[in-house]
Write a protein that binds this ligand. Structure first.
Ligand SMILES: *Cc1c(COP(=O)(O)O)cnc(C)c1O
Length: 371
């Protein structure tokens, strides 16, 4: 086994310098405001709106509770069209709202919900579409909005991967009725645990703010069975610190992404997903596809990497529709989800994080080349 020192992790969280955190903690200790829309919470909401270029945003304790709350906020009922090629939280948020997921296949070029397959899945019970901008690559937002407009459906984007992604000159998280972002430790921007809902207007943000605070609209009025989804002052302070060097971190992630792409582009047996058009990516994930003519199977390469201290991740494998709580649904039938199945069987996400060195990227690429 390679020593721990030589391990290349699939991701490493970025942290602000510890001494910079201490003054923030002192402030919390002095004013004794620990949560409930405290000063750091308010500052972080304002700074993130500015940074992302969105008008309104509500901070959350994590991305999953944000997703659960977004569905509540729009009063989504019945069936929701979504993708099987995502993290478990996307579909789980539907079950937590007593909603029925209807899985639709993906476009193999993007890993995102295939807009050509959405209409055939719509029934009288359908009220919303829940697409994912997988790996931070944009969904076909125009087509999806046009279908939603035609059928009177809500669109909630799981934009968990999209922090810092710019699409046609604006944040990718501006689309749909609501978008949710995750600030989990493994994401590009982290507050240890955390997340946000991007809201189109002040009224919607207010409703979301009530819902994340048990439904309290004021001291005596509870307008809905809300949840406790509030971000603490500690996480908000971390967020303010993380924002200080986010541009450098994103720049380095994009460099690593380019380096990988240059080295792997013409490698026999390996394919890369096409780079999205009109998009500045965030280098959040580095998926590669292992083809049948590669010297090893996907799982054997994954294991060989591990044996050599290089931690990849089969992301997203298994498909959501293979999990016991979803596999019995009619829309989970494999015949209808061929592209998702193929991608899930071929993909490995390579290590990518800002502290990864060029030499380490070379080490990963050499191992894949088999030299
Ligand atoms: C990380 C992630 C989530 C959940 O976010 P948390 O902040 O970890 O709760 C939801 N959807 C996708 C696609 C994710 O990658």
């Amino acid at each position: 086994m390679p020593s721990v020192r030589n391990q290349i992790y699939v991701t490493q969280p970025s942290l602000p310098p510890l001494e910079e955190l201490l003054p923030y903690l002192e402030q919390i200790w002095n004013n004794k405001i620990l949560t409930n829309n405290g000063p750091f919470h308010q500052q972080l909401e304002a700074r993130l709106c500015e940074y992302l270029g969105v008008n309104h945003l509500s901070l959350f304790t994590n991305g999953t509770i944000a997703l659960v709350t977004a569905l509540q906020a729009l009063r989504v009922t019945g069936e929701v069209i979504t993708t099987p090629y995502t993290f478990a939280a996307t579909a789980h948020a539907l079950l937590w709202n007593n909603l029925s997921p209807v899985f639709v296949d993906i476009d193999p070029n993007t890993g995102n919900l295939d807009p050509n397959r959405i209409e055939e899945a719509i029934t009288p019970q359908t009220t919303a579409i829940l697409p994912v901008h997988c790996y931070g690559h944009p969904c076909d937002v125009d087509r999806i909005q046009s279908i939603a407009d035609t059928y009177g459906l809500k669109v909630i984007y799981d934009a968990a991967h999209t922090f810092g992604v710019r699409h046609r000159g604006e944040s990718l998280a501006v689309h749909g009725d609501l978008s949710i972002i995750s600030f989990h430790a493994t994401k590009v921007f982290n507050t240890f645990e955390g997340g946000a809902i991007v809201c189109p207007d002040e009224t919607t943000k207010k409703r979301v703010d009530y819902l994340k605070n048990f439904g309290f609209a004021n001291e005596t009025t509870v307008m809905a069975p809300g949840i406790n989804g509030k971000m603490s002052e500690f996480s908000a302070a971390l967020g303010l610190l993380q924002l200080k060097n986010i541009d450098d971190l994103l720049k380095r992630r994009r460099q690593i992404e380019s380096l990988y792409r240059e080295t792997l582009l013409s490698m026999p047996g390996i394919s890369l997903m096409p780079q999205p058009l009109e998009t500045v990516t965030n280098g959040s994930y580095m998926p590669i596809l292992i083809n049948h003519d590669y010297q090893l199977s996907r799982d054997d390469l994954y294991k060989k990497m591990k044996d050599n201290g290089i931690n990849g991740r089969r992301y997203f494998y298994p498909l959501i529709t293979d999990m016991p709580m979803y596999r019995g649904l009619p829309s989970a039938n494999s015949d209808r989800l061929r592209s998702a199945r193929a991608l899930s069987d071929q993909v490995i996400c390579l290590p990518i994080y800002s502290e990864l060195t060029d030499d380490q990227v070379d080490r990963v690429a050499s191992l894949i080349r088999g030299s």
